[in-house]
Design a binder for this molecule. Structure first.
Ligand code: NAP
Length: 240
């Protein structure tokens, strides 16, 4: 079988890094996008035989250059995992314009830029798998996470609309919506809070990045060829 090429944004750490390992283990050539964590991205790329590429997904020119470089190198791009994201906990009244813009620039514009840049290639080949990343807060709203919740809800809306638009071109668009996952994003939560969240979760645990990576792998696989516009939520049952 032809080796698939997958671009994973925000793959230097956390969920994206677990996804990079999962897709490499599944036989894909993996492009490890990162923003700042160059050493981690390059170490991961060396570990899995992938390729580390720097780009701030909030910047359309950097994203276009990244996609052009991927296509120059591999002449093909089969799977996009739009995973790069940033979160912020603040009271709504304390959010600045800059806070709001940055949350949307990375979490929403980043997905827009990445898909837009890759789309001509995917449409030309009449094939492709796109997986976006929301959050349970995008589904139900999180207190002190209004900007993040709104941005992640936008990702779900974008996923559903694009699934309808791109289905006739042979491209599926699905979303993973994780619950609480043990990554740097939750490093600010103390042990007591994490224990309380685990207790509140029907499956009684905090998720691992690998739990989300498996959901991404499924949605990008041939097994999911008739699945599009869906939100798959690896969250231990915290949000049902
Ligand atoms: P993380 O450990 O904080 O890692 C974030 C990743 O995103 C890093 O690789 C980072 O790259 C990259 N990134 C951040 N800003 C970027 C930008 N402007 N351009 C390119 N890459 C950028 O986060 P995570 O927990 O793995 O989260 C991954 C995704 O899952 C995010 O979309 C997040 O919102 C979502 N999510 C996470 C949880 C959770 O509980 N952890 C729950 C629901 C949803 P650098 O390291 O190079 O800066």
């Amino acid at each position: 079988m032809e080796q698939k090429v997958v671009l994973i944004t925000g793959a230097s750490r956390g969920i994206g890094a677990a996804a990079a390992r999962r897709f490499a283990a599944g036989g894909c050539r993996v492009v490890v996008n990162y923003h700042r964590a160059r050493a981690q991205a390059e170490a991961l790329a060396a570990e899995i035989g992938g390729w580390a590429v720097q780009a701030d997904v909030a910047d359309p020119l950097q994203v276009q250059k990244m996609i052009d470089n991927v296509l120059d190198k591999f002449c093909q791009l089969d799977i996009l995992i739009c995973n790069a994201g940033v979160a912020q906990q603040k009271l709504f009244g304390d959010l600045t314009d800059a806070d709001w813009r940055r949350i949307f620039a990375v979490n929403v514009d980043g997905v827009f830029h990445t898909i837009r840049a890759a789309l001509p290639h995917l449409i030309h080949r009449k094939a492709g798998r796109i997986v976006t990343v929301s959050s349970m807060w995008g589904q139900v709203g999180g207190s002190c996470e209004a900007a993040y919740s709104a941005a992640k809800a936008a990702v779900i809306g974008l996923t559903r609309a694009l699934a309808k638009e791109l289905g006739p071109s042979g491209i599926t668009v699905n979303c993973v919506s994780p619950g609480v996952i043990r990554t740097d994003m939750n490093a600010n939560l103390d042990a007591e809070t994490m224990a309380a969240l685990a207790e509140e979760t029907p499956l009684g645990a905090i998720g691992a990045p690998e739990d989300v990576a498996e959901a991404m792998w499924y949605l990008a696989s041939d097994a999911a060829r008739f699945v599009t516009g869906q939100v798959l939520a690896p969250n231990g049952g915290l949000v049902i």
